[in-house]
Write a protein of this length. Structure first.
Length: 132
């Protein structure tokens, strides 16, 4: 099976997920130090600072819709429902998720929510394609 445009967008989303995991971890390590990161992490650490907290919440937010996106893309390709709707939807989801991270990290309100809605619209496009 070839790498379809939807699969390429999915692969990009998986890379983004890894980047978000590493960024959130790096921000938390910067706050608590390498010794904490390498240690057993016993006890209750202090709450995360603004940047580490935002990066973690952005990561959590991606993980809420990522399983749906993975399933929708796989179903669309396997069911031979790929087309303009799935391709545009997959890329809109990925690009929206990429733009969302720095907006969240910087604490930008409203625009961040609009970008989130654009990514959600991309996911919905892929799901709708399964039924048309």
């Amino acid at each position: 099976m070839d790498m379809t445009p939807e699969f390429i967008a999915l692969a990009g989303t998986l890379v983004l997920a890894l980047v978000q995991i590493l960024a959130a971890g790096a921000a938390r390590t910067a706050e608590l130090g390498a010794k904490w990161n390498a240690g057993p992490r016993d006890g209750n650490p202090p709450p995360p600072g603004p940047l580490a907290g935002r990066l973690r919440r952005a990561q959590d937010n991606l993980f809420e819709t990522l399983p749906l996106f993975i399933a929708a893309v796989l179903m669309a390709v396997v069911a031979d429902k790929s087309g303009a709707l799935t391709q545009w939807g997959a890329w809109l989801y990925l690009l929206g998720r990429i733009v969302y991270v720095p907006l969240y990290a910087l604490g930008v309100p409203y625009v961040r929510s609009l970008v989130w809605m654009a990514a959600l619209a991309g996911l919905i496009m892929v799901i709708v394609a399964l039924f048309v």
